[in-house]
Design a protein around this ligand. Sequence first.
Ligand code: ASP
Length: 312
Amino acid sequence: MTSSPFALAIHGGAGVIERERLSAEEEAAIRADLDRALEAGYRVLRDGGSALDAAQAAVVALEESPRFNAGKGAVFDAEGRHELDASLMDGRTRRAGAVAGVATIRNPIKLAREVMEHSPHVMLIGAGAENFADTRPGIERVPNDWFDTDARHAQLLETQARERAEADAANLKGKYFGTVGAVALDMHGHLAAATSTGGMTNKKWGRVGDSPLIGCGTWADAHCAVSGTGWGEFFIRNAVAHDIAARIAYGGASLQEAADAVILRVVPESGGDGGAIAIDAQGNIALPFNTSGMYRGWIATDGSRGTAIFSS
Ligand code: ASP
């Protein structure tokens, strides 16, 4: 293993992932897709590219996989359609871009980047965001049913049946997973974060979660970069990504202490659940989650790389 001044971490969502329901073939396929995303980000970093480009490249690879809840394979909403959210943030400049509720953008993270680079705004939503997409070269539009997969459709029917049966339909704990994200440190010492999702299965009324909200699902500054996944309402209410960064900047916490405090204490104590990936300017990586699993992968500054799903 050779030491390199860059590092990368990715996630493919946290939630109730049951070992017994995950076949060996499925697990291998998920790990192969995580590996592909790590490789996409690694190539950018190895060639001296920016953390922002690396985080975006890793997320594009995960959006292209039908196995995660972002891009192809995004969850269905209550109308049997898909509405996608994504955001990214450059820790070097603190510039950020986000889109929410887009229905025809093949790679929402690419559109979030365009919003950051080529609009005076941070966040665009719905039809307006899609009109903006048409002014930008390289943003591919697809019909909404291009995002369909049989597995997500089965999940919608299961969720709708459960919600009809349960008196407490509002308990969404752990009933999601597959949002994707990446955080990167480049060889110039800069950090970036990116997150992309289809949101939560059977979502209604134009619901938007934490993933496209800067400071909630995504954050990057000079000290750390964070991408979250979990029950979005609680990530919003606790400003999770920014809280992790603030504990480091103002409280002197280490990356691991800050990420653990928010994910293992603040979020569950408020009634939510989920996980996050975080990286600091020294290349330390933290991957805490309070659910039964979180799809994740990393490349450390010592050159070691790995993927994991469960806690052990
Ligand atoms: N945080 C996402 C949301 O609430 C869901 C997820 O992470 O799986 O939209």
